[in-house]
Ligand binder design. Structure first.
Ligand code: CMX
Length: 435
């Protein structure tokens, strides 16, 4: 059976030809008009990027290489005795468009375990962070520092040919993904525990090792949750802040550690990945104000008070989606199966029945439905991982899979430096003076 790198080496030449042919045939065709609103409005809907790994349909949600979350759950290999998909399989799918065999997935788990150790100086960087420094800042610092050993950066300095870029990017990406559990685990244990970490077990899968580093290795339900969690958080097409940042920074031929460090800083914003922390804070604040078994009316007036004080309802709305996020639904299904009586899960369900109507009535949000972040914290809290400042780190570990896959393909296809055009408001006024 081929390794992932061997299979990629087979696929790349045909893909290069495919892109050449598309550009030769369609290269000069237009997508349609670009409006001034799009320039001022966060480029919403602007066609600007190519990424085959995943595509987001506003109504249906994400598909990874054409496969819905439900299809991935059915098709991707699970751990022995488990039923959730292994994220190793999703990484294979993102990179190749193919479903790997059980053996290929096991080989990836083994490879990542073998690469998991982090350099001593990176351990020291993490250990010297004050526990008051947000885990995401610690995370991005540690990831950036991994560039010390970048195979790509070294090869570039040694004058390697462009044709070889993807191979070094692949090696760095594998190292990056492999080292994240040790980084995340160290941050978690330093900030919330006694700083002591168990060793990686080379016979276990990625999620089992991560769970163990966090102190939940004995809880098989939590391990299964992590497998699902990582799988659904990996990628969300190319334009979201973390994915696009990774691609943008990578386009300067910054190595995968530098590029993904930048992704993490974007993910750390409250309108993006930090929303999973914000949801839990918001729920806890709600409970402290209106009690644990609040009536619908009390919840409604709490939601309105959030909106009236000029804040967003975290976990609701989306820049592209216009329906309930299937990543939310996948987590809800997990909860129904494993923790249906959890009081906080019930509150999340109660909010689902209330918030969309209020957001519609308020009349601003284009999408009143929940996104992925509305649900994840409740599941983690159920198993005892209730330190919400850590939640976005887990999102970050997962997002590395998508960003890495994109970086590898960008280097394989020779993606150029990104450099869109910016305009001044004065130029816009002049340009459209008489139109
Ligand atoms: N609560 C209150 N107001 C909201 C809202 C929400 N959940 N979602 C959107 N709005 C408001 C916007 O703030 C905006 O207000 P202004 O006109 O005053 O600026 C208006 O509705 C229109 O916004 P939109 O076009 O519907 O949404 P955007 O594409 O601009 O932004 C997002 C999308 C996700 C940032 C926004 O819905 C939001 O802030 N949601 C809450 C934070 C959140 O859950 N983020 C996580 C997203 C998923 C992820 O990346 O992890």
């Amino acid at each position: 059976q081929l390794t992932l790198k061997e299979r990629l080496a087979e696929l790349i030449p045909a893909e290069i030809e495919k892109v050449k042919a598309i550009r030769a045939e369609h290269g000069k065709k237009a997508f349609g008009p670009v409006t001034v609103d799009q320039l001022y409005g966060g480029m919403r809907g602007l066609p600007a990027l190519i990424w085959d790994g995943s595509v987001l349909d506003p109504e249906e949600g994400i598909r990874f290489r054409g496969k819905s979350i439900d299809e991935c759950k059915k098709l991707l290999p699970a751990a022995p005795g488990g039923s959730e998909p292994l994220p190793e399989g999703l990484f294979w799918l993102l990179l190749t468009g193919e479903i790997p065999s059980k053996e290929q997935v096991t080989e990836l788990s083994r490879d990542w375990a073998a690469r998991a150790e982090i350099p001593d100086f990176v351990k020291e960087i993490i250990d010297r962070c004050p526990p008051t420094l947000h885990p995401m800042s610690q995370f991005s610092m540690a990831v950036t520092a991994l560039n010390h050993d970048s195979a790509f950066a070294k090869a570039y300095q040694d004058g390697v040919s462009k044709k070889e870029y993807w191979g070094y990017t692949f090696e760095d990406s594998m190292d990056l993904i492999a080292k994240l559990p040790n980084i995340a685990g160290r941050i978690y244990r330093n900030v919330f525990g006694d700083g002591k970490l168990p060793a990686i077990d080379s016979t276990k899968d990625y999620s089992a090792n991560l769970a163990n580093l966090l102190g939940f290795g004995d809880n098989e339900a939590f391990v299964e949750l992590l497998r699902l969690y990582i799988t659904i958080h990996t990628d969300h097409e190319g334009g979201n802040v973390s994915a696009h940042t990774g691609k943008l920074v990578g386009s300067a031929l910054s190595d995968p550690f530098l590029a993904f460090g930048a992704s993490l800083n974007g993910l750390a914003g409250p309108l993006h990945g930090l929303a999973n922390q914000e949801v839990l804070l918001w729920l806890r604040k709600m409970q402290s104000q209106i009690g644990e078994n609040a009536t619908d009316d009390a919840v409604k007036s709490y939601v309105w008070s959030t909106l009236k004080s000029g804040q967003v309802v975290p976990g609701y709305g989306h820049a592209v989606l216009r329906k309930t996020d299937p990543r939310y639904t996948a987590q809800r299904e997990f909860a129904l199966k494993n923790l249906s009586h959890d009081p906080l899960f019930k509150l999340v369900g109660q909010i689902y029945d209330i918030v969309p109507n209020i957001l519609l009535e308020a009349g601003k949000a284009k999408n009143p439905w929940p996104n992925v972040d509305a649900h994840s914290g409740v599941l983690l809290t159920h198993y005892g991982l209730d330190q919400m400042q850590f939640y976005t780190v887990l999102f970050g570990v997962s997002r590395a899979f998508g960003v890495a896959a994109q970086l590898i393909w960008d280097r394989a296809l020779g993606a150029p430096l990104e450099r869109p055009k910016s305009y001044s408001s004065e130029a816009i006024q002049k340009m459209f003076k008489d139109r």
